[in-house]
Design a protein around this ligand. Structure first.
Ligand SMILES: Nc1ncnc2c1ncn2[C@@H]1O[C@H](COP(=O)(O)OP(=O)(O)OP(=O)(O)O)[C@@H](O)[C@H]1O
Ligand SMILES: [Mg+2]
Length: 241
């Protein structure tokens, strides 16, 4: 249940960086319950850094992150999944010498999700039938697309209300990207709110309600996904049109 009528996730004036380097300059954005929202931006724009701040693996130096009406800005990273936020990192980061099933089981480690781990595994294998066939295969021997599916399914094992996806299409063929994005839409239909980072602007916006464009650590544009897809500046900068 949402504690407040406001957005599920709200970033206000977030600054963050690495050592002396400031990567984010007053990032403000919101994601409402039930939405799929995409962050668009070139390499190094600050997309991954934004997700790291939300999931507590990088501390903001200014600003606030609110989730479900609560200020979570200072919570340690391990407390974030308990609140219902699951981060599927850039590059998947699976355990290659463990099976698909073992990788998935590791996703259900928090107190909220552990009691339901068995049922959650069945849910994920139903969502990703390819993984069902390969449940005993070592993750390192899967194709790139299958590995991405394991990474997403592992994130879902934590029973999140908000799923953060960092470049799920990275290195995948257009056909497999389409399949992965279709599953992200299914996840949205199951009631999970999704914040997705994508360089694949057309596919990302096509499954999204809204989008934010980040350049050099700043939000420079945001709006309905359909409007962004039609926008001349977006088309010139990100679609080469
Ligand atoms: N661990 C780190 N240490 C120092 N600088 C970092 C670190 N991670 C990222 N940066 C810098 O912060 C800036 C933003 O990086 P970030 O990874 O957020 O970009 P991104 O938008 O996710 O890019 P990409 O599309 O290439 O993944 C970049 O200039 C990057 O070099
Ligand atoms: Mg990144």
């Amino acid at each position: 249940m949402t504690a407040a009528a406001g957005p599920l996730l709200e970033l206000a004036g977030i600054r963050a960086g690495y050592g002396d380097f400031q990567a984010l300059f007053d990032i403000s954005l919101e994601v409402r319950a039930g939405e799929i929202v995409t962050l668009i931006g070139a390499n190094g724009a600050g997309k991954t850094t934004t997700l790291r701040v939300i999931s507590g693996s990088l501390r903001a130096t200014a600003g606030t992150v609110r989730f479900d009406g609560h200020d979570i800005t200072q919570l340690p990273a391990h407390a974030i999944p308990e609140r219902g936020i699951s981060h599927v990192p850039e590059g998947r980061q699976l355990f290659p010498h463990m099976t698909v099933e073992e990788n998935l089981d590791l996703g259900a480690y928090n107190r909220r999700s552990r009691p339901r781990a068995r049922a959650a595994l069945d849910d994920q294998l139903a969502l990703f039938p390819r993984l069902k066939e390969r449940r005993r295969q070592l993750a390192g021997t899967l194709s790139g697309g299958e590995q991405q599916m394991v990474a997403i399914a592992r994130g879902l094992m934590a029973a999140p209300r908000l799923l953060l996806l960092d470049e799920p299409s990275l290195g995948l063929s257009p056909k497999i990207t389409e399949e992965v994005f279709a599953r992200v839409q299914d996840i949205g239909k199951r009631g999970v709110t999704v914040l997705i980072v994508e360089q694949n602007v057309v596919d990302g916006l096509s499954i999204s309600d809204r989008g934010y464009v980040i350049e050099n650590g700043r939000v420079v544009m945001h709006g309905a996904a359909a409007a962004l897809l039609r926008d001349d500046k977006i088309r010139a900068a990100y679609l080469g049109l």
